[in-house]
Design a protein around this ligand. Structure first.
Ligand code: G3I
Length: 400
């Protein structure tokens, strides 16, 4: 029998045993799952375990959002984790209008430059978030010093020069832009934002055309939350398809996927993945996190201006997450990534909205001051059971 097949057989046996051991280790919590999984993944070569980006390299990009703290503090530990584990990065806040362009003639490029430079240094699929949005916008873009709505042509010119400056500065270094963010309401209508009120629905396609002019090679995305709500999803797709027929350049739709332990159901997420693909658009999972805390008033959106008063009942796990919920979170992440793998022909990227639980926006939203556990790395940057549930999907695939 040829040496290679002999070697592969041995390796397969080794991987299967090491993976089973990893599994058992996970369950019995005996040997550290990290070491066992590292061995399972690195095999006998001793190389450090490949991260999620490498593991899912043949399927889709796996990304994370870099917070301002990470970009400012230049936190080497976290940057090393991001470089090891992920193949895509989004700036959580550093490229938003109010952060990078707080006043008409004032630009603050420091964090955005560091973000793009990090992406270049680590060959990351780098996403620009976001060119046109209703939130984190300086009011001065829309109203003059007397509080009067500025002229349509002025607002249009301001959008044009902002996109030209921001997308122009990073031309060729940003692989995809969230060109327009959250322009549709949950009941399937245009959000009556300043953009819409001042420029009408054409502001949407204008933004895509401007982004195309400035960076001909970047992929152009429409990004939104609650894209599992049929009315919202269908209206967004209808408008995108309509404008595309009129020549608007667009490549894909971002489903933010700020989900909870059990909602929305996998079937609802799958229906939206299939609907977006059926419209001839790539699917990007752009801001995945899994809220494990009691829902405040059953509110499911991501509208930052919405928030609720703090109460002990809404913050039941200030110290640590009970094992039962640790398992539920791992199972939820496993089922989500199983779905994304099933549709790897449609899903280009899966980005987690933050790296560690410590920096997640879900600690302060929709209730300020809670202790949430929505991501796959804990507050010390250690991989959680949810991490192994996700990585394990590829190890199992590799060893079968
Ligand atoms: O930068 C200022 C800082 O100068 C000031 O000292 C500090 C204290 O108030 O605020 C800082 O701004 C905060 C900003 O994050 C940067 O940290 C804003 O108050 C805070 O509201 C903002 O929250 C961000 C939120 O978007 C704003 O809309 C969250 O971190 C970010 O995770 C969240 O992300 C959005 C996506 O962009 C779009 N989809 C929904 C998602 C969650 O809302």
């Amino acid at each position: 029998m040829k040496k290679t097949t002999m070697m592969n057989q041995q390796r397969r046996l080794f991987l299967r045993s090491a993976f089973t051991a990893a599994g058992i280790g996970l369950v019995l919590g005996s040997a550290s799952p990290k070491r066992l999984l590292a061995e399972a993944l690195a095999g006998q070569s001793g190389a450090s375990a490949p991260g999620l980006g490498a593991l899912f390299g043949g399927d889709f990009k796996v990304g994370t959002a870099l917070s301002n703290n990470t970009l400012q503090a230049q936190n080497p530990g976290l940057e090393a984790l991001v470089a090891r584990e992920f193949s895509a990065i989004t700036a959580e806040n550093a490229m938003k209008w109010e952060e990078v362009h707080p006043q008409a003639d004032v630009w603050d490029w420091q964090r955005a430059d560091h973000f793009v430079d990090f992406g270049q240094r680590h060959q990351m699929y780098t996403i620009g978030h976001t060119l046109v949005w209703h939130s984190q916008m300086p009011e001065s873009v829309f109203v003059d010093g007397h509080g009067r709505l500025r002229k349509r042509s002025d607002i249009e010119q301001t959008m044009e020069s902002h996109i030209a400056a921001l997308a122009g500065r990073y031309r060729g270094k940003i692989q995809a832009w969230d060109v327009v963010n959250e322009a549709v309401t949950d009941d399937g209508q245009w959000r009556k934002s300043h953009w819409y009120n001042a420029l009408g629905e054409n502001y949407f396609s204008r933004a895509f055309h401007l982004a195309r002019e400035v960076d001909p090679n970047a992929e152009l995305l429409y990004n939104d939350y609650n894209m599992t709500i049929p009315a919202k999803r269908d209206f967004a797709l209808e408008q995108i398809v309509k404008f595309r027929k009129q020549g608007m350049p667009v490549h894909g739709v971002g489903m933010q996927a700020h989900v909870h332990l059990s909602e929305p159901a996998i079937a609802k997420i799958e229906a939206s993945i299939e609907a977006i693909a059926a419209a001839g658009l790539d699917v990007h999972i752009t801001e995945l996190d899994v809220d494990v805390l009691p829902q405040a008033y059953d509110y499911m959106g991501a509208e930052i201006s919405t928030n609720f008063a703090y109460s002990e009942e809404l913050n039941p796990f200030p110290e640590q997450l009970p094992e039962k919920i640790v398992d539920e979170l791992a199972a939820r992440y496993e089922s989500l990534f199983k779905l994304f793998l099933k549709h790897r022909d449609k899903v280009r990227r899966v980005t987690l909205w933050g790296t560690t639980d410590a920096e997640s926006w879900k600690n302060d939203w929709p209730v300020v001051g809670r202790t949430n556990y929505p991501l796959i790395f804990d507050r010390d940057g250690e991989p959680k059971k949810a991490y192994y549930a996700v990585a394990g999907l590829k190890v199992a695939a590799k060893s079968s």
